[in-house]
Design a protein around this ligand. Structure first.
Ligand SMILES: [Zn+2]
Length: 306
């Protein structure tokens, strides 16, 4: 029996290593294809959360981030932990001669808000977060002025527009959440396609309902979304996220299937502001414990008993 247990353990380990090996290889291939951002002498570069204490982060969130303020205490702790972990893997490039600690903290907080119900929240493909003080010209399209965009492995936002998004938390417009939604889509549906299986399945279900809602909006039968969301289904997704967090009651009332599918996908209910996470994610240590317990139970009681 012990030989069999050893064999199964080695096999399982091999499978896990091969799975993560393939996933890492894929990440690397996509990252290598990206052009790194140009950093000018006048830019301010923050690496991770260096120089920003946990207490400073907490104060910034309390002052400026309503989503965090509403959370119950233990979830605020989780939010802080996730935020620091997210920031530690990013390089922040501030295109200004004056930078504020609020910039990397709050832009990262938008990503944590969006992914708070998910177990994988770091968006590891995105190594760079670039912050312009105001709207900026697009690199890929002449004379196009942007409030935010996602290109290669860089997420860019205009700080004035970002702050505007969080100054009114119920107008359905939030450039931080909008850009993070594009990034989350690419991370899960493109880079991790075939790995983030639950997310991909739930996203495709949402897409079915979104297509119907999209048509209703384009036909002018309803008018919850902006004209920009009517550009294509990717913009419709990003705006659905903005509405989900900022106008949940309206989204639920006008497009109940979209709202329900978003809740499932993000594992959050934005109307439950104190405790928005629908199903508590199990840390990997507990998952492993549960899995090993299951293997041992099968070995001792199951058909493999010899
Ligand atoms: Zn967009």
């Amino acid at each position: 029996m012990w030989d069999l247990a050893f064999f199964i353990t080695v096999l399982a380990l091999f499978q896990v290593m091969s799975y993560y090996g393939q996933k890492t290889k894929r990440h690397r291939a996509y990252s290598n294809a990206c052009i790194p951002p140009t950093v000018e002498e006048t830019d301010i570069v923050f690496k991770g959360s260096d120089g920003i204490t946990e207490e400073q982060i907490r104060k910034i969130l309390v002052k400026r981030f309503p989503y965090y303020r509403s959370l119950q205490e233990n979830l605020q702790q989780t939010f802080l932990k996730r935020l620091r972990s997210f920031m530690s893997e990013k390089t922040f490039i501030i295109k200004d001669d004056e930078g504020f600690k609020e910039m990397p903290v709050l832009v990262s907080a938008a990503a944590i808000q969006l992914t708070f119900g998910l177990s994988q929240y770091r968006l590891p493909f995105y190594k760079y977060i670039r912050i312009h003080p105001e709207e900026y010209f697009a690199e890929h399209a002449f004379f196009t002025v942007l409030a935010g965009n996602v290109q290669g492995n860089i997420i860019t936002v205009a700080w004035n527009q970002f702050l505007k998004g969080y100054s009114d938390f119920a107008d359905g417009s939030n450039v931080g959440l909008h850009e993070m939604s594009h990034a989350l889509y690419i991370q899960k549906m493109v880079i991790e396609e075939g790995y983030a299986k639950d997310f991909c399945r739930n996203y495709n279900q949402l897409l079915d309902y979104s297509k119907l809602a999209y048509k209703t909006e384009i036909d002018g039968q309803k008018n919850l979304y902006s004209e920009y969301a009517d550009s294509n289904l990717q913009e419709f997704w990003a705006e659905s996220v903005e509405l989900f967090f900022e106008k949940p009651a309206q989204l639920k009332q006008q497009y109940p299937e979209v709202f329900k599918a978003m809740k499932l996908l993000l594992n959050q209910d934005p109307e439950q502001t104190v405790n928005p996470v629908s199903e508590v994610n199990m840390p990997w240590q507990e998952k492993l414990k549960k899995l090993s317990g299951f293997v041992w139970m099968k070995l001792l009681n199951g058909p493999y008993q010899i």
